[in-house]
Design a protein around this ligand. Structure first.
Ligand code: AMP
Length: 191
């Protein structure tokens, strides 16, 4: 199996690139943000719970997110591999993912880290908010909190994967195709 993590701050282009990678390498795109949003739309219990955190730009608690992620993976036993988008976002999530994949006789092949500076992120997200309709994209204070959550809780994960020799750093500036080309070149070295 080829299991990739696409990693980077909010607005770094993870979602856009994950869709393209999934198509090219025949992987299942699993975005925890998309799943939470679908649950909010559907008015499920999980959606109602997640919304209280997402509305503030806070991370949803680990135990809720981990349980949901594992259930999603189990729904797709037939796939060739996953591209995880927006997960893991904390060290406990990364630890649980490693252990969970080990029980399924597989592992994370590589983590692709998209690097973009904070001020550029803010500009991109506010612009996206005008079209996406995402409430958490439209308020500067919430966006800043999401970036802060990223810097304090998520950014340390880069070291987690670096220590495992599984982190590829890609500059997330430039056009979509240009960045996609760099990601593909990085992935080709591990397939
Ligand atoms: P995203 O679509 O990846 O930007 O995620 C949107 C929001 O969903 C985040 O700001 C968090 O509130 C929540 N979320 C998504 N993935 C996770 C995760 N792995 N852990 C905790 N919260 C998450």
């Amino acid at each position: 199996m080829l299991n990739l993590v696409i990693f980077g701050p909010p607005g770094s282009g993870k979602g856009t690139q994950a869709v393209k990678i999934a198509e090219k390498f025949n992987l299942f795109h699993l975005s925890t943000g998309d799943i939470f949003r679908a649950n909010i739309k559907g008015g499920t219990e999980l959606g109602n719970l997640a919304q209280t955190f997402m509305d503030k730009g806070d991370l949803v608690p680990d135990e809720v997110t981990i349980k949901m992620l594992q259930a999603e993976v189990e729904k797709h036993p037939e796939v060739k591999g996953f591209i995880f988008d927006g997960f893991p976002r904390t060290i406990p999530q990364a630890d649980s993912l490693d252990k969970f994949l080990a029980t399924r006789k597989t592992n994370i092949s590589n983590m692709l880290s998209l690097e973009v500076e904070d001020e550029e992120l803010l500009k991109r997200i506010i612009l996206r908010g005008k079209n996406s309709g995402r409430a958490d994209d439209q308020n500067e204070e919430i966006v800043r909190n999401r970036i802060k959550e990223y810097n304090t809780k998520t950014a340390p994960l880069k070291n987690y994967y670096l220590q495992q020799g599984k982190c590829k750093i890609i500059l997330g500036l430039g056009g979509i195709e240009e960045i996609f080309g760099k990601l593909c070149a990085a992935i080709e070295t591990v397939v």
